[in-house]
Design a protein around this ligand. Sequence first.
Ligand SMILES: CC(C)(COP(=O)(O)OP(=O)(O)OC[C@H]1O[C@@H](n2cnc3c(N)ncnc32)[C@H](O)[C@@H]1OP(=O)(O)O)[C@@H](O)C(=O)NCCC(=O)NCCS
Length: 197
Amino acid sequence: MIAELGGQPDAVREQAAALLVDGFDGHPRGWRDLESATEEAAQVIRQGFAFAALADTRLLGWIGGLPEYEGRVWELHPLVVRREHRLRGVGRALVAAFEDEARRRGALTLFTLGTDDDGGQTSLAGVDLYEDVPRHIAELRDLGSGHPFLFYRRLGYVVTGCMPDANGPGRPDIYMSKPAGRERRTSAAPEQTPAER
Ligand SMILES: CC(C)(COP(=O)(O)OP(=O)(O)OC[C@H]1O[C@@H](n2cnc3c(N)ncnc32)[C@H](O)[C@@H]1OP(=O)(O)O)[C@@H](O)C(=O)NCCC(=O)NCCS
């Protein structure tokens, strides 16, 4: 069952914080303790929205959404699924709930910048991205550990950028986006200059 995290009893919200600490284990921008994870969950609920995947009172995973660019863009943050329940469709169901809610709130673009490559898991790690950013992005591949960008790609997200050295030298952040509407939009035509009219 997918339900709003904010409306859940304290016991479920405590599990949400614990999942952040456990699920992002080893991640430099992860949550080291329950206190910071509890504050993160509360902040996401305050500033945006969050959904929980539940089996009775057991939290299987949760997802948050945060508004950016005055609500035209909604960031998927955070997303975590309990380890023993991964690869069973829980993440997909949570992302679908995030997308529906962000769309309802007027999103044009859905994105995630949490897909850091902080452990040399992809071809973007340890290279000079400035040398040819589009080529490195076009040639992005997983180096065998199942980096989360593969998950997002399965769900229709595409790499729309990266931030070199976001997690330390040679450790970039990978930006992935998806149009919120069913149709992929094209860019608005540039305005014509008087000479062109
Ligand atoms: C990433 C994560 C949320 C995926 O959740 P999940 O419940 O295991 O994902 P699902 O079972 O819904 O997978 C949906 C699809 O993605 C694929 N997939 C999921 N994780 C994958 C991975 N690491 N590598 C390759 N494919 C993956 C699944 O095989 C499935 O494919 P399908 O289209 O053939 O069914 C989960 O692994 C997790 O919590 N990881 C730790 C935290 C994290 O990295 N969060 C995301 C970064 S912010």
